[in-house]
Design a protein around this ligand. Structure first.
Ligand SMILES: [Zn+2]
Length: 733
């Protein structure tokens, strides 16, 4: 027998319980729960136990985008009676009706509160009790809100127990989904051809971003985390998968009631109930710091999918001929948990699990119980579609959300990049493990860069992406580009600085929600002198749109006697606008190629036009920017300009330094007829003056120019013939 050591989560839970015992509803006071107090507890090594406050104090909230109600939910105690919806055989409107009771404990956090609102979309409200007294409901403003007038005036710190009895009557699959057994839906489009047939009657919820309100009355905003108990009554033979621990199953002659309790705070869009005639099986993850402790990973699949049986010969044009192989599909999950626990922090919840459902079209990181499309467990040796390995990575994506999305949660939908960028970056972290080296990591990051660059969404920031688009049209921003916000922090800071700061972020906001500013400030606290200030970093990459487009030109010089240098001009040529910065401040990673050697250097490019001079001890043939490390486009990635042989002799500028207003001159000798241009640039690479531009016969020339227009500083002269040039610098005092 495996045993589950109760973690910090339960410590946290029990502490809250004890602190608020008098105010909590019945379910949190029963002995089954409180007995956890006496069990051995162990802290996940990386979670800071001093960090137990669920919410920030008011004075910690600055320029927040959170729109708060006048209360904070402490607990949801939800009961839904799905007996009829699962016992029926059809999905007609009458078969979709269920009743529910949501007992919600709230903490008033404003003054003079006389009314409160819940989100309740198209739910029929049957009755409402406050502190066990039935109240009359006023005329409701619309079908999306439950408006309650309180039986008195309440103030900061008051708690109320509100029991809402309701009936779900929605005819459409929206938030609550119901499919009938034996139903043939359709044949999927190529290349993912798949007959979709419902093996067993299925009912499930799916809420992100704002659909929890369609199946239960609640405060349906991501910032408000609460403790939850979810109880669902189903016909005998059905199983219910949900958040947290399965506390009990109460049977009568015809039905079973599953009672799930999540000892970690949860937000409404991560709450789930999934019911079908499931086969249940488990894996165990052994904690990295104590292999004797383990976390159960529970899978819920249909019997046929577990047994890996196939009805008929494979034929993509007929129905239901695919093999499903749940055990094979899930065989990498334990190593995924190990990977994230190792790289990030210990797995932060009491269990993990996955439940397969029909017609889901993807995966959803419900807290401790991810919902996935049944298609994900199809035997990839049969038929076309997504590869087995890619599906491993998308399962890793959902698992990565347990840390980035569930442990720390976007406080508003403007901040969704934290969740989705993080989980997409997690795919690269997992590919790094699969390949056994950083090439795996970079290959996934290159794919997400490609997804972003191909999408063309260069004018929209990843912060505050239109809410309707965050999970489909603009995933190239909220997923792909956002994954680079994590990746570039990692490459800019280096693993030794980045990962401790990243773990610190997870500790600070564990079981809480956070906004983009919180994310930024956490890094500001932990990393004092970043190569690029975090205000600048987040402003350009998160709050603004676009990316730098670099144009590179280089000049390689040979001074003889083994003395060389190379001048690299970096120009940013992205079209600047209100949304796209004219200058992205970023480390630029340069690679210098010589006849038989390669050298690397990093510069902070913080101007739109800028040049750098490097003395490398060899003559550079070409220079390139490593685009694995900064999200950019290169308009010319490798430019080689070798020493100019046609300028036979050239002198330095004299006098040098030159006083402003004085004339300065230099001599140059040319072989043959030449088109010559002599130009003066400032330190930023801006061309200030053309001294000469025209053809010259063979011979020696003196070029003279006045420095009246030049403010004191360093300047550079470029003397070109054809496509070659030589440069030298002078100073104006
Ligand atoms: Zn995701």
């Amino acid at each position: 027998m495996k045993r589950i050591i109760i973690t910090l989560l339960l410590v946290l839970f029990c502490e809250n319980l004890l602190a608020q015992k008098a105010d909590l509803p019945e379910f949190l006071l029963n002995n089954d729960i409180l007995q956890y107090e006496n069990k051995s507890v162990q802290m996940p090594a990386d979670i800071d136990c001093s960090n137990r406050h669920k919410h920030l104090k008011y004075d910690e909230i600055q320029s927040s985008a959170i729109i708060r109600r006048n209360y904070d939910v402490l607990t949801y105690d939800l009961y839904m009676d799905w007996y009829n919806v699962l016992n029926a055989t059809d999905t007609m409107p009458k078969d979709r009706i269920y009743t529910g009771i949501n007992k919600v404990s709230i903490l008033i956090d404003s003054s003079n509160v006389t009314a409160i609102d819940f989100d309740a979309a198209e739910l029929q409200i049957d009755s409402v009790f406050i502190n066990n007294n039935k109240i009359l409901l006023p005329q409701q403003p619309d079908s999306m809100i439950l408006h309650i007038i309180l039986p008195g005036t309440y103030n900061l710190g008051d708690t109320l127990h509100i029991e809402i009895n309701y009936t779900y009557t929605n005819k459409e699959n929206h938030g609550f989904y119901l499919y009938q057994k034996g139903q043939f839906i359709e044949l999927g489009p190529p290349p993912y051809r798949d007959s979709i047939i419902i093996e067993e009657r299925s009912a499930y919820t799916f809420s992100e971003p704002e659909r929890a309100r369609y199946w239960m009355p609640c405060n349906d905003v991501p910032y408000d985390k609460a403790f939850s108990k979810i109880s669902v009554r189903v016909p005998k033979g059905y199983k219910v998968a949900s958040n947290g621990n399965l506390l009990s199953v109460i049977n009568d002659t015809i039905s079973s009631t599953y009672n799930w309790i999540d000892p970690a705070p949860i937000t409404t869009y991560l709450m789930v109930s999934t019911a079908s005639k499931y086969k249940e099986f488990s894996d165990w993850y052994h904690k990295r710091n104590n292999p004797n402790d383990s976390i159960e990973i529970k899978y819920y699949v249909w019997e046929k999918d577990y047994k890996n049986t196939v009805d008929s010969v494979y034929n993509p044009d007929t129905t239901d001929a695919f093999k499903y192989n749940a055990r094979h599909a899930f065989d990498g999950v334990v190593s995924m948990v190990e990977n994230f626990a190792e790289k990030w922090v210990e797995y932060p919840f009491v269990k993990y699990g996955m439940a397969t459902v029909p017609l889901f079209g993807g995966g959803m990181e419900h807290q401790t119980m991810t919902t996935i499309d049944r298609n994900w467990i199809r035997d990839r040796n049969v038929g076309g579609g997504i590869s087995y390995w890619r599906l491993q990575e998308v399962m890793a994506h959902e698992l990565a959300h347990m840390w980035l999305g569930d442990l720390i949660t976007c406080a508003t939908w403007k901040d969704i990049w934290i969740n989705e960028g993080g989980a997409t970056w997690g795919e690269a972290i997992y590919r790094e493990k699969l390949w056994g080296n950083m090439n795996g990591y970079y290959s996934r990051m290159r794919e997400t860069r490609r997804d972003y660059l191909r999408s063309g969404f260069y004018n929209q920031s990843i912060y505050d992406t239109p809410k309707d688009y965050i999970f489909w049209i603009m995933t190239s921003l909220t997923y792909a580009k956002a994954s680079w916000v994590y990746h570039m922090l990692r490459t800019m800071l280096g693993d030794d600085v980045f990962f401790p700061a990243f773990r610190s972020l997870l500790n600070k906001y564990a079981y809480k929600s956070l906004e983009t500013e919180d994310f930024k400030n956490s890094f500001k606290e932990d990393v004092p002198n970043p190569p690029v200030p975090f205000d600048t970093y987040f402003d350009q990459w998160v709050y603004h749109a676009g990316h730098p487009v670099y144009e590179l030109s280089t000049l390689s010089r040979n001074f003889g006697a083994g003395s060389y240098d190379v001048i690299v001009h970096i120009n940013q040529i992205q079209p600047a606008s209100e949304s796209i910065p004219a200058v992205f401040v970023a480390p630029v990673f340069l690679k210098f190629f010589g006849p038989d050697t390669v050298a690397y250097d990093t510069v902070i490019n913080d101007k739109r036009r800028q040049f750098f001079i490097f003395n490398l001890g060899f003559q550079v043939d070409s220079v390139s920017i490593d685009s694995n490390l900064v999200l950019c486009e290169l308009s010319s990635s490798i430019v080689a300009v070798r020493e100019n042989k046609e300028i036979e002799s050239i002198s330095q500028v004299y006098p040098n330094p030159v006083s402003r207003g004085q004339n300065a001159r230099f001599n140059a000798g040319f072989t043959g007829m030449n088109n010559v241009s002599v130009e003066i640039y400032d330190e930023l690479g801006n061309k200030l003056e053309t001294v000469y531009n025209g053809s010259l016969n063979e011979g020696n020339y003196t070029f003279e120019f006045n420095t009246r227009e030049f403010v004191p500083g360093a300047y550079m002269i470029l003397c070109r013939t054809g496509d070659k040039c030589r440069t030298f610098r002078f100073t104006v005092l």
